[in-house]
Unconditional design. Sequence first.
Length: 76
Amino acid sequence: MILTDFLNLTLDQKAEHVFHFGTFIECYEERGNLYSMGNFYVEILYNADFNVIEDIRGFADVRHLEPYLNEIKINF
């Protein structure tokens, strides 16, 4: 799936697609969970107080990865 198709899905469809095909990268408490979808990334914003997914954002611009960079651990 390409990013433009993903962005046109409903919230439930996006969640299902990410959980089936996404690769989990990192959880950032103040922001959400980050997934790789191959040719784009997805951020799932979760509200723990209300136990709901508030938003699912797809993006290809790597500048949106910045909040996660300090959290990602790479072992050599």
